[in-house]
Design a protein around this ligand. Structure first.
Ligand SMILES: Nc1ncnc2c1ncn2[C@@H]1O[C@H](COP(=O)(O)OP(=O)(O)OP(=O)(O)O)[C@@H](O)[C@H]1O
Ligand SMILES: [Mg+2]
Length: 252
């Protein structure tokens, strides 16, 4: 069975069918990209997966558990984590403190002065490991809000990793980034597939075609098709959807 499945999901906004019986599955270790033109319903779908929106019909299943009706924080306990287009960083705190707060929230412990020193040391070590995992080990003492945009997005990924997710949702991680920052984010996302599955929503087609193992194409709320990057690139209906934009042709 797949690590993650969406089955027959429906979401209506008044008369608009924003999610039209969407089904898709993601395997462990897979980077699955969700693409589609503006207004296709990508964010609406992701919001139902993360629990921000409740679907009208259908199921969301993670690790064999039906999480369709669970609130956001309970989904995290079942292995779901999300990066935010608007980041959740505490800008006045250091990178280290941001990571410590995330690690601590997941560990269920809290910082109290009577806390055993070994336990506190464990949290510090985990925070530093996370920083190293995403390449922020030299910025631990920096104020998070003073980091360049790309590094802030990277910190956001690290915060999402603190809960050791089975499925990580990335909604436009490259948004607002320059070419160098995008490149670094692509390299970081590439390293993630070893330990989890990733559902990636991204407009940067070059990044999508480099990273994705499989791609689902959403159009008017429906899955037009799903397949490997090569299958998607050569799919006539997908080409028609993107006709004129040349994004698929230029994506290597
Ligand atoms: N809260 C809402 N109320 C009413 N309509 C909505 C709401 N949220 C989204 N929509 C509509 O649902 C459709 C899908 O929107 P959505 O934001 O999910 O698309 P998207 O694929 O994420 O687009 P983009 O690429 O621009 O981010 C659009 O027609 C949008 O106008
Ligand atoms: Mg969107």
């Amino acid at each position: 069975m797949s690590l993650f499945q969406v089955q027959g999901l429906v979401k209506r906004f008044g008369g608009l069918l924003a999610t039209d019986h969407v089904s898709l599955s993601v395997q462990h270790g897979e980077i699955h990209a969700l693409i589609g033109p503006n207004g296709a319903g990508k964010t609406t779908l992701v919001n139902q997966i993360s629990g921000l929106l409740t679907p009208d019909e259908g199921l969301v299943v993670l690790g064999g558990v039906d999480i369709t009706a669970l609130p956001m924080h309970r989904r995290v306990a079942h292995g779901l984590s999300r990066c935010f287009q608007v980041t959740r960083i505490f800008p006045k705190q250091s990178v280290r403190d941001n990571l410590l707060l995330a690690v601590q929230a997941h560990s269920g412990s809290s910082f109290r002065f009577w806390q055993p020193r070994a336990q506190a040391r464990g949290l510090y070590a985990q925070a530093e490991q996370l920083a190293e995992r995403v390449g922020l080990q030299h910025s631990l003492n920096a104020t998070a809000g003073a980091l360049p945009h790309g590094a802030q997005r990277t910190l956001d990924v690290a915060l999402a990793l603190a809960s050791a997710p089975k499925l990580l949702l990335l909604d436009e991680p490259m948004a607002g980034m320059g070419p160098d920052e995008s490149q670094q984010m692509v390299q970081l996302i590439e390293t993630l597939r070893e330990g989890m599955a990733v559902l990636l929503i991204e407009h940067d087609m070059e990044a999508v075609f480099r990273l994705a193992d499989r791609i689902s194409v959403l159009v008017y709320g429906r899955v037009l098709t799903a397949g490997t990057p090569d299958e998607i690139r050569n799919h006539p209906e997908v080409q028609a959807v993107y006709l004129g934009t040349e994004t698929l042709e230029t994506a290597a």
